[in-house]
Ligand binder design. Sequence first.
Ligand code: CA2
Length: 139
Amino acid sequence: FVLNGPNLNLLGTREPEIYGTDTLADIEANVRAQGKTLGLAIEFRQSNHEGVLVDWLHEARAKGAKAVLLNAGAYTHTSIAILDAIKAIAVPVIEVHLSDPETREPFRHHSYVGMGAVDVVKGLGAESYLVALEKAAAL
Ligand code: CA2
């Protein structure tokens, strides 16, 4: 499962200096192509709603997903509900970010997702997803 949080549906429309110029559809296409190479079936989704992301984490467990790549967007820094879901599902979660939140505003420095994730890939733009997918394949 590759799960994307709030506002990532608007990727490619502003702040290219921080997030790059790829749209989420571009990233999805790259992830699907690499998933094929690695022999991984890909569920690629985006929601602006915290509870929907929690539901999808539960679904990843129910469906026996090998791993979850999670870019929880700003919920990364706020959501105890998402942290609890990560801890509850016993599916390895890899935290993904386009930017490196720790080099940005102080309110982005703490990650609840990171408290439950097995690994993190950040700061590589769209490439972060592909590096994370390789890590997921190796789990
Ligand atoms: O760097 C990342 O991937 C983030 O998860 C992106 C989040 C931000 O809140 C995190 O701190 C780091 C923000 C996503 C906003 O998405 C965009 C929407 C429109 C244009 C550009 C980006």
